[in-house]
Design a protein around this ligand. Structure first.
Ligand SMILES: [Zn+2]
Length: 279
């Protein structure tokens, strides 16, 4: 690979893909294309593209090898992605049973409505992620996400279903109670799903100063690093960590054997679902 192509790929891969995702979000919000199946097609294609680029520009070549995790991670991803793209429908159904008035500011522009949805979801995820590292049972649910001894695109959706509910439940409940449009929630989750592939990707991409705004791999890898789990909880935005003092960044490569958990967690999917309930 030529040096020019490599540097271009390093610096343009994330912004170009996320700009493409924003364009798809705009088409969905304006009704030009349907949320379903556009959302799942976009998420799957971005995941597969990142998986491919991992082989051209790996952050850690040793993380390309399967660590007895691949099949289990595929099952996690299928289940969790189905859950993510179903949230919009679930909120739409819940709205049929509304017993309190809607307080959502429909009169403001769609752009600002998406920003409000994004900030509420992202802060809720940041806070519940912080709590998941603080309290023992929540940690046991969340530990599945930290189980792999490598970081690659599929880590993004490696999550115990109950941990998914713990993490996203509070902010989605707030939005549902306020009567936020289900389509805007769905679109933000679609954007987030693409970002999360990048956040965990074994791709040596760079974003420059954007790493102080977005929780990209350059800062998120530290969260999976031994001894640094209580840093960088951000999902899409990292500025929550800067505001609340849990931000960490050093210009030093995370070694291939520095990630994962030291506790023994089984490799099989169903055994992982049962594991948090064992003594
Ligand atoms: Zn974590």
């Amino acid at each position: 690979m030529s040096a020019f192509f490599k540097i271009s790929l390093q610096y343009l891969f994330y912004p170009l893909c996320m700009m493409f995702t924003v364009w798809i979000v705009m088409l969905v919000v304006s009704g030009q294309i349907p949320y379903w199946p556009s959302s799942i097609i976009l998420i799957l294609l971005s995941g597969l593209l990142i998986a491919l680029v991992e082989y051209y520009l790996p952050y850690q070549p040793k993380w390309l090898d399967t660590h007895q995790d691949f099949l289990t991670d595929i099952v996690h991803a299928v289940f969790n992605l189905f859950l993510i793209v179903s949230v919009a429908k679930m909120i739409e159904w819940l709205d049929l049973f509304r017993f309190i008035p809607r307080l959502w500011p429909d009169q403001i522009s769609v752009f600002w409505q998406i920003i409000i949805v994004a900030l509420i979801i992202d802060f809720g995820l940041w806070f519940m992620h912080y709590m998941s590292h603080k309290y023992r049972f929540l940690w046991k649910l969340h530990a599945i996400h930290h189980h792999s001894r490598r970081l690659y695109w599929l880590n993004a959706e490696k999550r115990h279903p109950l941990s998914a509910i713990v993490l996203a439940g509070p902010s989605l409940t707030v939005l549902a109670l306020f009567g936020a449009p289900s389509l805007l929630i769905g679109c933000w989750l679609m954007f987030m799903a693409v970002h999360l592939f990048f956040q965990h990707a074994n791709v040596d991409y760079r974003v420059g100063p954007l790493k102080y705004i977005f929780a990209v791999a350059e800062v998120h890898r530290s969260h999976h690093q031994h001894g640094l789990g209580r840093k960088n909880f951000g999902e899409v935005f990292i500025f929550w960590d800067i505001i609340f003092g849990s931000f960490f960044y050093e210009d030093k490569k995370v070694k291939h054997d520095q990630v994962g958990v030291r506790i023994q967690i089984p490799n099989q999917y169903l055994a992982q679902l049962r594991w948090p309930f064992k003594k």
